[in-house]
Design a protein. Sequence first.
Length: 393
Amino acid sequence: MTPKFLAGVSLIAAVIAGAGCAGEPSNVVDEATPDGTAVMAPIFEVDPLWPRPLPNHWVLGSTIGVSVDSRDHVWILHRPESVQDEFKAAVFTPRIGTCCVPAPPVLEFDPAGQLVGSWGGPGDGYEWPGSNHGITVDHNDRVWIGANGMSDGQILTFTRTGEFVRQLGHAGRTGADSHDTDNFWRAAKIFVDPVENEAYVADGYGNRRIIVFDAETLEYKRHWGAYGARPDDTDLGEYDPAAPPAKQFQTVHCVTVAKDGLVYVCDRVNDRVQVFQRDGTFVREAFYAPDTLRSGSVWDIGLSRDPDETYLYIVDGVNEQIRVVLRDTLEVLTTFGDGGRQPGQFFGVHNIATDSMGNVYTTETYTGARVQRFLYRGLGPVSETDQGVPWPR
């Protein structure tokens, strides 16, 4: 028997092609199609026993990256320096207790949730970020790490065992403009397109652009701003839901490339996803919870693992939920999650990734400081537009 969804409340998603107004009515999918058949969507259940406990009294700080490699190993990135003093008694001199110790920044888990690798931090030959942000393990098992500290203008690549490979950009060489092709400014995330072997950088917190490099040679290829236009670094001020859609990105927080070549960009503070072709040609945009202020409603995007990548999973770290979106229309089918610290709830849900079985992994920033797994239970009818916490049946 196909499981049904758990709980519900309403949601808003404005799907707009071109430069439509953020305040226009939304196109939320009805619970039945015109012919009377039920709308189908992926069903998830939180796995409260994943991952297994960390060794060595290790604890996590703000956990701001997740990626799944070709072996279905799950990689996370966190900020050890963000662990509160009350949670690291063993690191003081003299030591004031046995618990706890911040874990290394990069952690690798096998599919069972067992920790199988850990590394990261300052070293010879590279400039470790003042504030790391976003991790991607590409199709060649290279590990890419972004950097969003105020002086961070670099991204780094390593082998899966933590051996330094190369650095692009430099710390301290920031703030020029969004047309500097040698440095970044607080880059949020990298996505490597395996078809063209190109690295797309969401650049991000300081700059207002997507910039693309050859993933092997690091040769600059192209860059663009909102609507595929030339980036403009003019200060946009605070986001206003009643204003016309901004002509520039506000916080470029993620970039993801589907197998069909469509490029999905998180314009976080502007509460929208913009879609492009690989060359930067603008295709369409959609707004989600467009009255969301401060950090915005679009934090990261994951792709479903069916052959057509039918669904997008859009992370919202203010409203604390994951939107399940039909990729070809950008319409919301359902959501799951809620605010809180129990399994299936979120505090600052920040990143998302999927494994080959369709399971979803999320990380949480601030003091959420964890990774969670949501088990894929197949497709089912959308009986509620908002599942709430997808607790195991």
